[in-house]
Design a protein around this ligand. Structure first.
Ligand code: 5GP
Length: 236
C-alpha cells in the first residue's frame, strides 16, 4: 500500500499509518543549517540518526520519561505516537557554545555553573528566535503548566543523557528538544541525535556532531558513526 505523506521536514518525512494515533517517521540523509541556507547530504545520516535516536528514546523510556517512540521497523523508519507539536524548542546547555557563546560573550567550551534552559519560537520564517515565558503566553504557544512540564522534563533528560554519555567519553555540551501533546499530556517528540545535540569527545575535545557540517570541519559521517558505535557498539 502507498504510504500517505502527512508532512515533509528538512531531514524527515512523516507518513500516516492505519492507526490514527500513530505515524511513521522516515529519516533522510539531507542536512541543512543556518535555517535552511546551507544544504547538503551526509551519507547514511538517516540510518545513523534513526538508530541513535531510537537508542536514546529507549533509554529515556526505561528512565520513566514519556516520549513518542514506539519502535524502529526499519533502518530509516521510526514508528511514533502522533503528537500535536508545541511550537517551542527547548534547549538545554551545560557548556557555552554556539549561539549562547555569541550572545553572552563567553568563549566556546566554558562550563556553565548550572544547566541553562532556553526557549525558542519554532518558526522557520523568523529563524527560530529566542523567547521567554511571557512571549509564549502572548503567542498562546503553550500554557504555563505545559512550559513547566517541558522545562522539568528537559532537565531530567539532561541528567540522564549527561551521565550516560560521560561513561562513553562523550561530553554533552547542549541539545534541542521538541515536545507535543498526546492525549492531553506533554510528551517528548522529534529526535535526539548529532543533528540536535553538541557532542564533544571528553578526552580530545573533538566535535562529534552537526557542527562538523555547519563549520565545514570534514569527516561528518565518521563523527555520526563514532557516536553510534560508542552508544551501541554497532558499526555502520
Ligand atoms: P545554538 O542555539 O547554539 O545554535 O544551538 C544549541 C543546541 O540546540 C545545539 O546542540 C543545536 O544542535 C540545537 N539546535 C538548536 N536549534 C536547532 C534547530 O533548529 N535544529 C537542530 N537540528 N538543532 C537545533
Amino acid at each position: 500500500m502507498e504510504k500517505q505523506p502527512l508532512y515533509e521536514g528538512k531531514a524527515k518525512q512523516i507518513y500516516a499509518t492505519d492507526k490514527a494515533e500513530e505515524v511513521l517517521v522516515y529519516y533522510r540523509d539531507d542536512a541543512t543549517a543556518f535555517n535552511g541556507e546551507k544544504k547538503g547530504t551526509i551519507l547514511n545520516k538517516g540510518i545513523l540518526n534513526n538508530r541513535i535516536s531510537s537508542f536514546f528514546f529507549r533509554l529515556l523510556t526505561e528512565q520513566g520519561i514519556p516520549n513518542h517512540f514506539i519502535s524502529m521497523p526499519s533502518d530509516r523508519e521510526m514508528l511514533v505516537k502522533s503528537l500535536k507539536i508545541l511550537q517551542v524548542e527547548v534547549v538545554v546547555r551545560n557548556i557555552a557554545a554556539g549561539s549562547l557563546a555569541k550572545r553572552i560573550g563567553w568563549e566556546e567550551g566554558r562550563k556553565l555553573p548550572a544547566p541553562v534552559v532556553e526557549l525558542y519560537y519554532k518558526n522557520d520564517e523568523l529563524g527560530d528566535p529566542l523567547i521567554n515565558h511571557f512571549h509564549i503566553q502572548a503567542l498562546r504557544l503553550a500554557t504555563a503548566e505545559q512550559v513547566a512540564a517541558m522545562e522539568q522534563s528537559a532537565l531530567k533528560i539532561n541528567d540522564i543523557l549527561t551521565g550516560y554519555l560521560k561513561e562513553k567519553d562523550i561530553e554533552l555540551i547542549d541539545f534541542k528538544l521538541e515536545f507535543g501533546l498526546y492525549q492531553g499530556q506533554v510528551i517528548l517528540g522529534d529526535e535526539i541525535s548529532p543533528d540536535t545535540c553538541r557532542f564533544w569527545d571528553s578526552k580530545t575535545g573533538e566535535k562529534l556532531d552537526k557542527d562538523r557540517f555547519r563549520r565545514d570541519l570534514g569527516k561528518v559521517e565518521d563523527a555520526y558513526k563514532e557516536v553510534l558505535h560508542r552508544l551501541t557498539g554497532e558499526v555502520l
